[in-house]
Design a protein around this ligand. Structure first.
Ligand code: SAM
Length: 439
């Protein structure tokens, strides 16, 4: 059933006696006036209402029906306030349903329907409850402009939502703010419930990545009881919340510089009942004043969180160190196969057997402990090469920041999602410990 902001959208129908209905149907079909998306309806007085395309039927067709097609028939136009979708329409995919609804509606407004317009319709979208977020690559043809704003009501109604928004590119400034325009509805606030956690945010101001759900689940399954965590790129709380709600972190310092995300983050901490265990640090995390407090640091920024590495090293506890979760988009090259740990050259060097450690003595006196306890079952060599170089750089930073040597160890490389062809979003879990002082 078509709905427009919760209300049904009426369609126009031609009404006649049942014995003339088939002749009417044949004529309307031949004239491409018959609406195949909706069922014919039997009226209480026995008459049959045949849904038609557009808002009316030109008088010449009504005369033709009355006088030539079925002489003596009653021929009336009426609105069907509660049209029933035809079996064909019910079998359609949402994209096909959208195409049928928009083309029917546009033709009714005198638009010449074309393959170009059809190709310009959206084929995929993000559904956030009753708000649909369209991608940037649709509704670009000039013809749509004249059809707004009713066009958006037709689109929303065909896809069964009440609000509609359209995405532009994620801005390359660090805020990762998507340029999203609200097309229908009066606000962009939506709510998602993931793994028992409620996330509320404004889609026009903050980003939400459905692709990161596996990492949110992994983070939720970690055991962080008693730990202090710094989340350097907290956003609306994508990782802060699972760390607090499920992983049992004692306290989280959540850094975020997008004011809209901060509003959502504070609200999400409240609605999930963990606001008393989190301090929000609004501003650029590179200027964070904290140091020497964290057992764990989350660096959830892609394509790279490298600018946050110095501050991540600064906040780690000087006495005991901790673990970094470093996100990165890593490019790999076609033709290089996934390799289980132990099969690549790098692995041969550093993955002898569990418990066996390969330790490299560094120029600066620090050590880089490359024992791999739990690499993913399938790891690309590029991920591993990137992890090795990140490990080296972090060890150097730790030494610079704390003025003494540290030991680093790659614990795990987690694949989060394929970001683009040949680009994977991965997370490196890196253990960082200060070297014991030797007399
Ligand atoms: C991509 S979101 C993180 C969410 C999660 N990784 C995801 O993709 O679903 C990154 C967040 O970090 C924030 N951010 C980026 N650079 C920052 C900085 N230097 N200081 C504080 N916040 C920053 C952005 O505003 C954004 O909300």
């Amino acid at each position: 059933m078509e709905r427009e902001c919760g209300k049904c959208v009426a369609v126009v129908a031609v009404v006649t006696e049942p014995r003339f209905a088939q002749r009417y149907r044949d004529y309307l079909e031949k004239q491409t006036l018959l609406d195949r998306q909706h069922r014919a309806v039997k009226m209480p007085d026995g008459a049959v209402a045949l849904p038609v395309l557009g808002e009316t039927v030109p008088e010449q067709h009504l005369r033709e029906l009355r006088n030539r097609v079925a002489p003596g028939s009653t021929c009336m136009l009426m609105q069907l306030p509660d049209p029933v979708p035809s079996k064909k329409a019910q079998r359609c995919s949402p994209a096909q349903r959208l195409c049928l609804a928009v083309s029917r509606w546009a033709k009714g407004r005198g638009v010449t329907w074309s393959a170009e317009l059809e190709a310009d319709l959206p084929r995929s979208w993000q559904r956030h409850g009753n708000l649909l977020l369209l991608s940037e690559d649709c509704f670009q043809a000039k013809q749509w402009k004249n059809l707004e704003p009713e066009l958006w009501e037709t689109v929303a109604s065909a896809l069964g939502v009440q609000r509609l928004a359209k995405r532009g590119r994620v801005s390359p400034d660090g805020t990762r703010t998507p340029t999203v325009t609200l097309l229908l509805g009066n606000h962009g606030w939506v709510e998602h419930v993931d793994n028992g956690i409620r996330y509320r945010f404004d889609v026009t101001q903050c980003m939400f990545s459905f692709g990161n759900i596996s990492e949110k689940l992994r983070v939720a399954s970690l055991s962080c009881a008693g730990e202090v965590l710094v989340d350097l790129y907290a956003g609306i709380g994508y990782f802060t919340l699972p760390f607090l709600v499920h992983a049992g972190a004692a306290f989280v310092h959540a850094c975020e510089w997008n004011p809209h995300a901060v509003v959502a983050l504070r609200n999400n901490l409240e609605i999930n009942g963990v606001a008393d265990r989190c301090q929000v640090h609004f501003g650029d995390n590179r200027k964070l004043k904290l140091s020497n407090i964290a057992d764990r640091v989350n660096l959830g920024l892609i394509p790279s969180s490298e600018e946050g590495w110095p501050v991540a090293c600064q906040v780690l506890r000087q006495d005991a160190g901790g673990t970094l979760h470093i996100h990165q988009n890593v490019e790999s090259f076609p033709g290089e196969n996934l390799q289980p740990p132990g099969s690549s050259e790098v692995d041969k060097e550093h993955w002898p057997y569990p418990q066996q450690t390969s330790t490299n003595q560094w120029k600066n006196g620090g050590t880089r402990d490359s024992r791999r306890k739990m690499l993913s079952p399938a790891t690309k060599p590029e991920w591993q090469r990137w992890a090795e170089s990140a490990e080296t750089r972090i060890a150097t930073l730790l030494q610079q920041v704390h003025g003494k040597p540290w030991k680093t160890q790659i614990l795990h490389i987690q694949s989060v999602k394929s970001y683009a062809p040949h680009v994977d979003h991965v997370v490196l879990d890196l253990e960082c410990r200060p070297c014991p002082l030797v007399d």
